[in-house]
Design a protein around this ligand. Structure first.
Ligand code: IPE
Ligand code: IPE
Ligand code: MG
Ligand code: MG
Ligand code: MG
Length: 293
């Protein structure tokens, strides 16, 4: 992975690849329009960036990393579309524009999510990803696990059930690790599995760190919901309190939620520095921690 490529160039490549993936997947017209609306309309692309950053640790090729990272971004976009539905978080605004069900309708939003999830696995199993079949299968299994009932979807179920309840910290942490952490963990590990130089000790350590980065991401998301405004977030501010959600802010209070994030962030940086001098992964962790949206 060339050191001369900076993050804005990578973001450009990610956007182009997502555009290409959606355009090659010619579905029924109103559906493909809605899919493009939900995927191409902004987003920080933190998951594909994490995939790319981690791939550098195992000597992966950029083209493979972009394909795998973008495939994962499709699941993420689907999760946002379903998360915003009236029966879930009931949100009107996403990435600064009307949510899918507001722009189109609820049935379309359900189908957009379904189609995006399937498209992830079409992309992951495509010949364009030039890695061994063994590693490819391992990535497919990893992402299916991270996205499904024992990962993101399971976490969303816990979220539904915890709404209006006062969770203990252990259960809250578990919910966050699943609903948001799992796919972030998958993005990081999948990047590593794209390379030829996979070291099992490093992989085991990365698993723990990736889990913590995922948890950190959602703690910060909880904090931002409380402290930032709607224009900055591109989604309705203070929505967790309105929906009576169990979050780090509602359970611990704002100060202790921020302290939990500080502590986790510092632990992650220490661990990351031990396994790699790779700056991109550390930079991305910094931007997860320091972001305002
Ligand atoms: C928002 O994810 C939903 C969560 C899992 C917390 P992001 O903050 O990565 O959203 P985008 O992709 O940048 O819009
Ligand atoms: C999202 O958690 C988790 C997902 C799987 C999408 P949130 O419900 O807190 O995400 P936002 O704040 O709506 O982006
Ligand atoms: Mg939610
Ligand atoms: Mg939500
Ligand atoms: Mg949130």
């Amino acid at each position: 992975l060339s050191k001369s490529i900076d993050q804005s160039q990578l973001l450009g490549k990610i956007e182009n690849k997502l555009f290409q993936i959606l355009n090659q997947d010619q579905t029924i017209k109103p559906l493909s329009d809605a899919m493009c609306y939900c995927v191409l309309g902004g987003g920080k692309r933190i998951r594909p960036l994490l995939t790319i950053a981690t791939g550098a640790l195992s000597g992966a090729h950029l083209n493979d990393l972009i394909n795998v990272g973008c495939a994962i971004e499709l699941i993420h976009c689907y999760s946002l579309v379903h998360d915003d539905l009236p029966v879930m978080d009931n949100d009107d605004l996403r990435r600064g524009q009307p949510t899918c069900h507001k722009k189109y309708n609820e049935a379309t939003a359900i189908l957009v999510g379904d189609a995006l999830q399937a498209l992830t696995f079409k992309v992951l199993s495509d010949n364009e990803i030039n890695i061994s079949d063994t590693n490819k299968l391992q990535i497919i299994q990893l992402i299916a696990t991270c996205a499904g009932g024992s990962g993101m979807v399971g976490g969303q179920m816990l979220d539904l059930h915890s709404t209006g309840h006062k969770l203990d910290l252990q259960s809250l942490k578990k919910m966050h690790e699943l609903k948001t952490g799992a796919l972030i963990k998958g993005s990081i590990l999948a990047g590593y599995l794209c390379g030829k130089d996979v070291n099992l000790t490093v992989y085991a350590e990365l698993k723990k760190i990736a889990n913590e980065i995922g948890l950190l991401f959602q703690i910060i998301d909880d904090v931002l919901d409380n402290v930032e405004d709607t224009a900055t977030l591109g989604k309705t501010a203070n929505k967790d309190a309105v929906n009576d959600k169990a979050t780090y802010v509602s359970i611990l209070g704002l100060d202790k939620a921020k302290q939990a994030a500080d502590k986790l962030y510092n632990e992650i940086i220490v661990k990351l520095t031990k396994i790699t001098a790779n700056k991109m992964l550390i930079d991305l962790t910094n931007s997860i921690y320091n972001r305002n949206k």
